[in-house]
Design a protein around this ligand. Structure first.
Ligand code: ZN
Length: 315
């Protein structure tokens, strides 16, 4: 498998302030581990382009773009809400983070990669059509999904989201769009405290109790996501890859193990092979404990690359 790895130096410069958990060290921890384990050089590297206004307006309101532009500080910080903070580099980073997902779709559609991982920040899945929140400015995964639908005319795409927080932004943006199947698991009740909507043929929300672990998570995916994916037959699968449900990550109560992230990543790859010619676009969402984040992203990438979880790659 040729796996694209898409990032941009601007993603390191977004800074929501001291003591904020969403730091540039998240990306450097991932990259340090991939380099030391010999995986980094096996990936196809691409620099994320900045998303265009036209591409952003597929998923966000004009008012949202104008608000962020007006709020961008020339120095220091601007606080959009207690969690969501801009520094002067934030908008450039956000445009690259969303542009990465758009570029990933282009790479897969023209055969330059089989699947892709966007190692970007700020994350995106809390950003609604007209609302930045929860560390998120633009909805990166939604930008990629909308690009696949509008630019390439795909008729059925799936977004799966295993971040421990509910992807309220993704749900909001595709609420009435039945070309998009949105499958998620998340701790509930928990941030962002959006009301739990009833499941439909294109929305499978699986709330998990704060004490949930591997058994509950794997049960939800096997019993609810998999049948929905097999019924829907997506032509491309998008992943909101958040690693904050890990037991070492004190962001949440849910306590998954490294092996759960390997398992769900391999399962997603398998499902994509059935109807989507293996096309998977994954983008980094949460994950705030540096060591478990780096280990689990490695396992996620090994699944995308078709490598054994433990085997060292042939050089
Ligand atoms: Zn999260």
């Amino acid at each position: 498998m040729h796996t694209a790895y898409i990032s941009h130096p601007a993603c390191h410069l977004h800074d929501p302030g001291e003591d904020h958990p969403e730091t540039a060290r998240r990306i450097s921890s991932i990259e340090d581990r991939l380099i030391s384990n010999g995986l980094f050089d096996l990936l196809r590297h691409f620099e994320a382009p900045a998303i265009t206004d036209r591409q952003l307006l597929r998923i966000h309101s004009e008012g949202h773009l104008a608000m962020l532009q007006a709020a961008l500080p020339t120095d220091g910080y601007f606080r959009l809400d207690p969690d969501t903070v801009l520094n002067p580099a934030s908008l450039e980073a956000a445009r690259r983070a969303a542009g990465a997902a758009v570029h990933a779709v282009d790479l897969l559609m023209d055969g330059r990669a089989d699947n892709a991982f966007c190692c970007v920040r700020p994350p995106g899945h809390h950003a609604e059509r007209a609302q930045a929140m929860g560390f998120c400015l633009f909805n990166n995964i939604a930008a990629g999904a909308a690009h696949a639908l509008e630019e390439y005319g795909l008729e059925r795409i799936a977004i799966v989201d295993f971040d421990v927080h509910h992807g309220n932004g993704t749900e909001d943006i595709f609420l009435d769009d039945d070309r998009v199947l949105f499958c998620s698991t998340f701790q509930h009740p928990f941030y962002p405290f959006t009301p739990l909507l009833e499941n439909t043929h294109h929305r499978i929300s699986v709330p998990l109790d704060a004490t949930a672990g591997s058994v509950e998570f794997r049960g939800a995916v096997t019993e609810l996501w998999v049948p929905a994916l097999q019924r829907f037959r997506p032509q491309m699968v998008f992943v909101s890859a958040g690693f904050d449900a890990h037991r070492d990550d004190d962001m949440s109560g849910v306590s998954l193990e490294d092996d759960d992230f390997r398992w769900v990543s391999e399962l997603i790859v398998e499902q994509a092979a059935r109807s989507a010619a293996g096309r998977v676009v994954s983008t980094l969402e949460g994950g705030y404990e540096y060591r478990s984040l780096a280990r689990c992203v490695e396992l996620h990438l090994r699944a995308l690359m078709g490598l054994d979880p433990g085997a060292l790659p042939d050089r």
